[in-house]
Design a protein around this ligand. Structure first.
Ligand code: ATP
Length: 291
């Protein structure tokens, strides 16, 4: 049996529409399933945890955006039970990175084919990041996007509108980054992105070399830029060409510690999880994903 965890509010209500299509297909083909709808932030993790205790479950299928993948995936790390995914969110970065089709019917066929691959995750505080984490400016963008009802209505443009709001508000910080025991000091830091997958924010290739199954994390640090320079370099992120800029440093490693003055906002898979200081540790091959 497949257990679906559906966020009806994802993609500004698209989640509910996508579920109706999936439900019709499941009924037409008499595919045994169970469905649970999320009612609030954190609910997908609770629902997924109780589903992992049931017998006869073949896979848990998240239907929603990257936040739903984050919450459902958090319940599955280390269990061996596979995560399926039907994208219905705003950004759907996890789907792009894993080659999961955007059409609901094709994504469902992929789930039913049941080709399971192990991917890495990383522990961050009490949670696991499935795709990426962002510290600083992009933490602030995520905060703006998640808080604003208008942003939700804007769909993909929400990230762009959040970007401009955060650009006005953000104050660069002094950051101490420790990677696998080596310490790096950076002044006037705009952001530190930690990628298990290359893209976030609806297709920005912030860590273009990140691979979800290489047992490592890619870390992108952007510092020492004026607001005008941030604006200028921003379009390059969509193709991953920002990495050639002298203010952008890409590193790879297993364990990252970040401390900042002043403390910076942190998101994991687009969900705000707190502020620095924090430690992130890769968990190689800890999540089974159908892709
Ligand atoms: N019934 C609900 N009402 C309001 N919020 C919900 C509900 N169920 C889940 N949530 C929260 O909605 C948030 C966003 O979900 P999700 O990321 O799946 O969609 P999205 O933001 O549209 O997509 P993406 O992250 O790909 O841009 C998550 O923080 C989740 O906890």
């Amino acid at each position: 049996m497949h257990v679906f965890i559906v966020n009806p509010m994802s993609g500004n209500g698209r989640g509910e529409e996508v579920w109706f299509r999936i439900q019709r297909l499941l009924s037409r083909h008499r595919i045994p399933h169970q469905v649970h709808f999320t009612k609030h932030a954190g609910h997908a993790t609770e629902l997924a945890r109780s589903a992992t205790g049931q017998s006869g479950v073949r896979a848990l299928v998240a239907l929603g955006g990257d936040g739903t993948v984050h919450e459902t995936g958090n319940a599955l790390v280390g269990t061996g039970l596979p995560l399926g995914y039907i994208p219905a969110g705003t950004g759907n970065d996890f789907a792009h990175a894993c080659g999961i089709p955007s059409s609901p019917g094709s994504a469902l066929r992929r789930v039913l084919k049941h080709e399971v691959h192990r991917i890495d995750t990383a522990s961050i505080g009490e949670r696991f990041l499935i795709g990426f984490a962002g510290i600083g400016f992009d933490g602030q963008v995520a905060e703006v996007v998640n808080r604003s009802a208008l942003s939700r209505k804007l769909g993909r443009l929400a990230y762009l509108s959040g970007f401009f709001q955060a650009l006005r508000q953000y104050r660069p910080a002094r950051v101490s980054l420790t990677l696998d025991g080596s310490r790096f000091e950076h002044d006037r830091v705009w952001l530190i992105a930690v990628g298990n997958i290359p893209n976030y924010g609806g297709g920005m290739k912030i860590c273009p070399g990140a691979l979800p199954d290489d047992g490592r994390l890619d870390i992108c640090c952007v510092s020492e830029l004026s607001r005008g320079q941030v604006l200028k370099i921003f379009p390059a992120v969509f193709k991953g060409n920002h990495v050639h800029h002298p203010s952008v440093k890409i590193r790879r490693g297993l364990a990252v510690e970040v401390d900042a003055d002043p403390p910076l906002v942190v998101h994991a898979d687009g969900e705000i999880i707190g502020k620095t200081p924090l430690s992130i540790l890769v968990r190689p091959g800890s999540l089974n994903v159908i892709r």
